[in-house]
Design a protein around this ligand. Structure first.
Ligand code: F6R
Length: 241
């Protein structure tokens, strides 16, 4: 695991965007795993800026997102589908037919999980998997639990996660309690797991992930098994390592 410490969130975003750009330059057909939430927004802004200057071309890449809420429709502004359109897809030349996000509105969620795994497995490998980290150590919505779950699954979000997600919703009662998430398998087996953390509230999770034992109680700790893992932290998130 390589750890890059930056002073600010802006520097962290620049470092992350640089890694993603390098992957796409090396392989214009790269499979890029994407995340939502506050942390990757600066990275997406950098990538959009370079696209506007014609310094990066997304035409041939495909993207696979980590997760989506269950029961939130695509056009709801709180859905991760909407987030991705607004923060990246509508602003670059990615072919939307090659972008994948789980469907949390499916009537048959079990089947949706299988379908998502089939999509993931149809790719040779995820070339770079962008990740944030929950204050409880989750990656994607792989929440702390007694075991690691390898494949895509439906998860009951923990109270910590539900509370952390409240900031995105006008009406607290609408904060979803369930999500569909990529499992630990494709994340840890991606060519480069790229985890970003910013802010004091992430420092405990980062300490546990970096210094603690590999444990499903801190799902991000499993990234220690992949020697290509890159963790980028700003000063506050990295204050305990
Ligand atoms: C988002 C995701 C989550 C977030 C994590 C951190 O697709 O899978 O694991 O990355 O909850 O969220 P932020 O960046 O909002 O602090």
């Amino acid at each position: 695991m390589r750890i890059i410490k930056t002073k600010t969130y802006e520097e962290l975003s620049l470092e992350a965007a640089n890694i993603i750009r390098s992957v796409i330059i090396l392989n214009p057909f790269a499979v890029v795993g994407l995340a939502t939430g506050s942390t990757p927004i600066g990275t997406y802004k950098k990538l959009i800026e370079w696209y506007n200057k014609k310094e990066i071309d997304f035409k041939n890449i495909s993207t696979i997102n980590l997760d989506e809420y269950v029961g939130i429709s695509y056009d709801d502004k709180c859905s991760y589908h909407h987030f991705m359109e607004e923060n990246l897809f509508d602003k670059i030349n990615v072919n939307k037919e090659n972008t994948y996000i789980p469907n949390g509105m499916s009537n048959d969620l079990k089947n949706e999980c299988e379908k998502y795994d089939n999509i993931i497995n149809s790719k040779v490998r995820i070339d770079v998997q962008l990740l944030g980290i929950g204050e409880n150590g989750h990656i994607g919505f792989n929440e702390p639990s007694d075991e690691f779950i390898y494949d895509t699954h439906i998860v009951d979000l923990t109270l910590d996660t539900i509370n952390a997600n409240k900031r995105f919703f006008d009406d607290e009662s609408k904060v979803p309690k369930k999500a569909i998430t990529m499992g630990i398998g494709p994340i840890v087996n991606s060519n480069i797991p790229l985890l970003l953390a910013s802010g004091k509230n992430k420092s405990d999770a980062i300490e546990k992930m970096v210094k603690g034992q590999i444990s499903s109680k801190c799902p991000a700790s499993i990234l220690g098994l992949n020697k290509n893992t890159i963790v980028i932290v700003d000063e506050e998130a990295g204050s305990k390592i």
